[in-house]
Design a protein around this ligand. Sequence first.
Ligand code: DGL
Length: 271
Amino acid sequence: MSKNEQPIGFIDSGVGGLTVLKEALKQLPNENVIYLGDNARCPYGPRPKEQILAFTWQLTKFLLEKNIKMLVIACNTATAVALDEIKEKLPIPVVGVILPGARAAVKATKTNKIGIIGTQGTIQSASYETALRLKVPEIQPFSLACPRFVPIVESNQVRSSVAKKIVAETLLPMQRAKVDTLILGCTHYPLLRPLIQSVMGEKVTLIDSGVETIGEVSMLLDYFDIAHLPVNHQPIREFYTTGSVDAFNQIARTWLEKPEINAKHIKIKGA
Ligand code: DGL
């Protein structure tokens, strides 16, 4: 297999990274892709840093054995904790989701008031605030951890009345902060996008860091000359989960509009 044909690997704590993968399938349909969700140990958000780092390495090693040419850490929490170390140690390009999201928010804001919502881990790391202020020191970031959002997504309840209530209650402080741009700083959150947009109002620009990340992936594929050229057979789409295959398939098939998805269960030590 030539470098160009090797797959791109995507990892997340669960189904959130599918929002990044969805964009990859749209922008880079020729690429072979492998996705691994650590649903058995989701959420990562409230976990200690050392644990998130160890889990992220386990997922990375699984995909390295699949001979990936690039790794996308499609999880903000894992990006905040593990990106620097993994990037330094791997011989292939490694892309996280935080910098692309920060760049897009800087581009979108008119008032410099940017909101960030994410897991406890991501918000405590202040990675978005740092990235935003390094770009434009005048930016006034307002951060809010939303620990109740990921369980709604993982349990496939995004259309429930409970979800509506939780999103409205949680985002109250963000509404008061009068931001003009809001970063969805967790890859699970785009699945709640209609609810978040309706609470924040149509005038607030929502930034999907996953969408922005694929722009960077596309650029790096061209830069390193490792993009996959069009072929006349179906590219590889492999899905793995450490959790329930049925629960994963249900969300993945609907979100990606691909009824043929059939994830495989894998056992990772400790998961
Ligand atoms: N999807 C993840 C993120 O972007 C993590 C959610 C979680 O496991 O807490 O942060």
